[in-house]
Each structure stands twice: as C-alpha cells, then as structure tokens.
Design a protein around this ligand. Structure first.
Ligand code: HEC
Length: 174
C-alpha cells in the first residue's frame, strides 16, 4: 500500500515538474549592473564603447573580460552567462529582455534601457504588460495562457529584441 502511494506521488511530482520546467534567469542582470558596474561604465552601459563586442575574437573572450570585472566576483557560471548576454545587447545598442520571477499566476522580469517599450503575446493573443518600475515588466497570466507560449518584444527606436520564453529566459544568448 505504502509503495502504491509513493508511486502515485512520484508520478504526480514528475507531472508537476514537467509543467514548471521553464525557469526564470538566476540573476537580475539590469539591477545587478546598476548596483555593481554602472559606477565605472555608466547608467545602462552608457560609457561602454559602441560595438565593443567586436574587439573580442570569441564569445569566451568576452565572457572572460566580464568575469574579471570587480563587480563579477563570486558570480556563478549561470549568473555570468546572463550578465554577458546583457553586455551583448549593450554593445549592439539593442534593448535587452530577461524573465526573473514567477509566481502562481504572474511572471516578471527586467528590460533595459528603461525607455524601451515592452509588448507580449501568447499565440497571437496580446497580453497586458505592466511596468512596476521603469526597468521592470510584469504580466498577469490569463487563464489558459502557458509560459512556453509567451513571446516578448522590446523596442526602442530601430533597436528591437525578441524573447521566446520556451527558448531561454533572456535575450542575446548569442
Ligand atoms: C572599478 C571600475 C569597474 C567596475 C566596477 C566594472 N568595470 Fe568593467 N571595465 C573596467 C575597465 C577599466 C575596463 C577595461 C579593462 C580592459 O580592457 O582590460 C572594463 C572593461 C569592461 C568590458 C569590456 C569593454 C570593452 O570596451 O572592451 C565590459 C563588457 C565590462 N567591463 C563589463 C563590466 C560589468 C558587467 C561589470 C559589473 C559586473 C563591470 N564591468 C564592472 C572597469 C570596471
């Protein structure tokens, strides 16, 4: 009997895990950048040279320079990945999007620069995007809308970023 119960519990648990397999990013890169990096590189990367990414022969070289920064001390590998993605967006003068929190019926994240507009859709349905602060977005999930169907776009001038949550919790992974 016990065995039966734990088997059922196990099946239910793996079903729950399958439903919530998408995870937000492990770091709030926009907030972290402003706190730890902006004193040297300016608000939202304003003092970083445009296109600086091109100076580095490979993605791993760019990663190494970010890793060597005073503000990156103690960052875990997955956290560093998020910060490097944000730096790519800055180098390309494109907006950056990241999903950072999930609750029962809402998801939240960050956008940079703060004056970029954010839109979201799920299977062509437009979702309402709130901006609790200029660098944050929040979407209350309507019934039946799955996180894996959500696509966000951020736009500022001609610069644009698209983020499909089923692929990654942040833009500029490459
Ligand atoms: C104390 C000042 C200081 C802080 C704080 C700092 N940096 Fe730097 N950063 C520098 C300097 C100086 C360089 C140039 C170093 C070099 O080229 O070897 C640099 C270079 C860079 C570059 C390469 C830019 C280019 O033009 O090649 C990136 C990207 C970068 N920093 C990101 C960050 C991030 C992300 C943080 C926070 C986690 C950060 N930095 C914190 C001083 C700082």
């Amino acid at each position: 009997m016990r065995k039966g119960i734990s088997l059922v519990a196990g099946v239910l648990m793996s079903a729950a895990l399958a439903l919530s397999s998408l995870r937000p990013a492990p770091l709030k890169p926009v907030e972290t950048y402003e706190r730890k990096c902006s004193s040297c590189h300016g608000k939202e990367g304003a003092m970083l040279e445009k296109g600086f990414e091109r100076k580095y022969a490979s993605a791993s070289e760019l990663r190494e320079i970010v890793e060597s920064m005073p503000g990156a001390i103690g960052m875990r590998s997955e956290e560093l990945d998020v910060m490097v993605a944000y730096m790519r967006a800055v180098s390309r003068s494109e907006p950056f999007l990241v999903w950072t929190e999930r609750s029962a019926n809402a998801i939240e994240g960050e956008v940079s620069p703060s004056n970029a507009t954010v839109r979201a859709t799920a299977k062509r349905q437009n979702l309402k995007v709130a901006r609790p602060t200029p660098t944050r977005w929040r979407i209350e999930l309507p019934k039946g809308v799955k996180i894996e169907d959500i696509e966000l776009t951020a736009q500022r001038g001609a610069g644009r970023a698209t983020l499909r949550l089923k692929d990654s919790p942040y833009s500029h992974t490459k």
